[in-house]
Design a protein around this ligand. Sequence first.
Ligand code: UD1
Length: 454
Amino acid sequence: MSPSVSINTQSPILQAHVSRNEPHIVIDGGYPLTGSIRVAGSKNAALALIAGTLLATSGKTVLHNLPNITDIADLVAILNSMGAVAQFSDGNTTLTVDASGTRFNEPPPHLVSRMRGSLQLLGPLLARQGIVRLAMPGGCNIGARAVDLHEKGLRGLGATWTIDSGCFFAEAPFDGLQGGAVYLDKPSVGATMNTMMAASLASGVTTIENAAQEPDVVDLANLIVAMGGIVDGQGTSRITVTGVKVLHGCEFNVSPDRIEAGTYAIAAVATGGDITLIGADFNALSPVLSKLTDMGAHVATDGNHVRVWSGSVQTLTGTSIVASPHPGFPTDLQQPFTSLLALVHGTNTVHDSVYEGRFGHIPCLSKMGANIKVEGSVTIVSGVTSLSGADVKATDLRAGAALVVAGLVASGQTRIFDIHHIERGYQDLCVRLRQLGAHCWRVNVGDMDTMVME
Ligand code: UD1
């Protein structure tokens, strides 16, 4: 995580920040974001890739460009508890995994329950160990988050599946997993990934129809190929995996995080700023960038740099977004985008039926002065001329990102609590925002005498 500096806790300005004894983010709004930052590696790809390293029975897998966030640290702790040897270097952005000694099949429940990404352990552990018992994963509370498609994928390879004492229990047949035809009723990212990983070491060919097309799925397929596996069709709705007997270690670069980059792009437009995202993947970002240009913002790309700029948010035209699987508008950016729309003249709508409960940010945005109504899976956002700072709570990761965007544009001061949600997915958020000219600090208040701001 970012380095901390001690500050004078007697400062009258800061005394106002410590009335609640928990870490929080303080934002003094109204400063346009300007300058450049390098985009971190994709959180969602990295989680799957780290789980995927368990497939290698020989050699070391080296993953570069990992984001330095708590979800990654938690998953690496799980790997180490399973008998693999996983070590960070380069400021926690490189991970070297020797998975040859993996010998356990039940990841520790207290770590599994911290994130949804731990579900990605099902496929590789089943393939390697023939049996896996996984506690209920955690992650954002944004709806039911069923696992029936993970079950369907693994059953399609011959595994049995039961739920026992709150744990998922999957077991391969005596003679190992067999390739098969799997149709996913929805293009689930996680179920596509688990099926691909399990199929990579099954005998025969597996086809996954209605597969997820997200860039994170493509990254995982490319890792399996780099390990000696055979995967075709990644990035399309039909993926074919031809099982091999063994996979080996390799070196792999995690793709840039389109959700992190998209969040900064939205914040730049909301604040009337001008930022360059170094190392961003323009194509992966196009669903959100095209919406921003439709609204009157400007976007330019030069190789792997993406520049996003706009004048005042009041001059933008309204729009509607419909969150849907890739290449549709990403559900993970629906919430920060809503904060931008809150200030855009006219009536804007946001439709998100990917998850049934992804509107935790709305009460807080309303508290800041936004005019938003929720009707089923649609939010109707009537633009207001300004937002004002308030004390608010992040209810989930991307709801937290939405509050950060709102705080950056609001007049006065915003304090965001429950920031552990945000820290699961955004590397050094306040440091990076300050690099772009924002007035934004993470306040740690363990003990009044040792208060630090990062
Ligand atoms: C991943 C991402 C998450 C993102 C989501 C959709 C990770 C760690 N998280 O989550 O940030 O919002 O993709 O882009 O990579 N579903 C079922 N049955 C299942 C599985 C999923 O009905 O067995 C439903 C879900 O409830 C949801 C939809 O399918 O409505 C999409 O879920 P899925 O693509 O699986 O998301 P995750 O992999 O959990």
